[in-house]
Structure formats: structure tokens, C-alpha cells
Design a protein around this ligand. Sequence first.
Ligand code: 2P0
Length: 329
Amino acid sequence: MTKQDVINQILGKNKSSDYYGTVTAFAPVNIALIKYWGKRNEILNLPVTDSLSISLTNLGTTTELSVNNNKDTVFLNDKKIDEHSDFFNRIVNFVDLFRPDPEFYFTVKTKNDIPTNAGLASSASGFCALTNALNKLFSWNLDHQHMSIIARLGSGSACRSIENGFVYWHAGKQQDGMDSYGETLSYKWSELTIGILTVSDKPKVISSRKAMSLTSKTSLLYKNWSERISHDLKSLLGSLKEKDMKRFGEITESNALSMHATMLDTKPPILYWLPETVQYMREIWNLRENGISVYFTIDAGPNIKLIFDKKDSNTIKKYFPEVKLINIW
Ligand code: 2P0
């Protein structure tokens, strides 16, 4: 099963006959609360487990897409991207799936509100924004489930950026992955607040793609990952229902730490943290010991995402004046 097979299945004859000149689309960054780490199918980005995220609403990627008669051209944050770079190739490989004919080229102008490839989920919002733009350009009028499946073919976690709020990514069981997509959950939690502490905005030391593949092949700790995820998902959904910040924060933080533990157990070991990451972790634990209900999660990078109740915003700003608070609801 190839990506093209999946696209043909979704779009059929509707593929790419009519198109508009230039379209613009947006998709939010999503932060995993229960992580996606490891694939059951590396071509289609099908995950080993379900995962759960929260979208950051107004923070993400905006992509302008147009048709071009000459050759594919990609801009990132107003800078033309080198045709030999990985970034360029990932985008071109993705849009290859949608060309009406081989002489049909795209201009992709993408802008991130967040640093690119620094473990702040820019590839998720990026591939989702591009999927939204393709949907507009070719007037596919697809539903969110199919858009989510297409976005996943660009980058796994992109399938969760199709929705706002809490999003549950079903791992699915089918070989073609038609049952593996992000679905929005009905929970709203207006007091839940996310803050970003940027330790570094430099590109990560190893791509998540390579890292998760190595982890699943070589980490002994990873053998318990599926079981761990089932347990954490169940608990997290319970805490969401009850809006229990303590339980919610504890599970989220512990799930992130266990993912990083499997990375450390990888051969050779993978460590995304920097000294400042650990310093922040200790400060957060210290604040908790002093009665402040603040938790963190970390993705494939050194940056920290704080989780806390809106009522504690001033306290958090006092201890972390550099924090970027996100408006989710
Ligand atoms: C997540 N991450 O659930 C996890 C937690 C990073 C740590 O999804 O190979 O860029 O494109 O499917 O989606 C980052 O991995 O990997 C990621 P691909 P992706 O958000």
C-alpha cells in the first residue's frame, strides 16, 4: 500500500481537475498530552498507539498555495528554500501525490508562528495547513476525517492539527489506515492554560521520524509503551471529564517523561533535553512542592510546555517572566 493508493482511494476521480489561482489556509500547532511515539507502518505514518493532543488555536502555520508553470518553489517565512534541503524535499514529495499532470508545479509559501523543527510541532501544523490549502485549491470539499488522513501522510502528528480543542488520534487497525485519523473531543476546559518556555529554537539534533524508529527497534523499555499508553489515555480522559487539574497534569507530565525514558534507553541514546530543560523541570517540581499546581510536557526537543489553571497565570508569570501564554479557548 502506497501513499498514492490512499490518495486515490480518498479522491477517486475528483483528484485535481479544477483549481483556483491562489489560496491561503491555516492550521494550529498541537501539543500531545499522551504521546505518539512509534509507527506500525512507516510509509503511511500509522502509529502503534492512540494519542491525544490539544490544539493551540491561533498559533500555527499559514500556507499560501498557488499553481506555477515552471518548477516547484517553496518559501519558509519569506525565504526561498534550497531545492536540495530536506524541508524542500518533504514538501515536494507530499505535493507529488496531487499533481494533475507531471508538468503541474506548485508555489508553497509557508509561515510559522513558532520556530521550525524545534520540537514545537511545526511539521504538524505545516502539513495540516498544506492539506487545508490543497483542499481549497482543488475544491475537494473533503470532510475532516479524510483531511486528517491526508495530513497524516505528510507527518503523523499533522492529523491532529485538523481540529481545535482536544483531539484524539485513533491508531486504527486497517492496513490502508482509513481508520487512523484525528477526532475532536467534545470536552471544553476554559481554565486549562498552556505556557511555552523556549529553551532553544534551533533545529532538533535528530528528527522525530528517525528517533521514533530507532526507539521502537532498540529500546527495551519501549516494549511496554502500548500498555503504558492505554493506561494513561484512560486516566487522562477520566481527569478531563472531571476537570481534575492535579490528575490531568500528573498523567501528562509522567507520559512525557516515560516517552523520554524510552529515548534514553535507545541504542545509541537519544536526549533532546538541554541543561536549561532540566533546570526548568526542577523549578516546576519545586513550585509544586510549594503548593502551586503547575505541570509540564516536553516533545521531541528541549522546550517546555507548562500546564496550569488560568487562575494561577500571574503566579506563573512571576516565576517565569519569559513564558509565552497561549489563548486556547
Ligand atoms: C507527538 N511527537 O505525539 C509526538 C511526541 C514528538 C514527541 O509526533 O514521522 O513529526 O512525521 O510521523 O509527527 C513528532 O513526530 O513524525 C511527534 P512523523 P512527527 O506529538
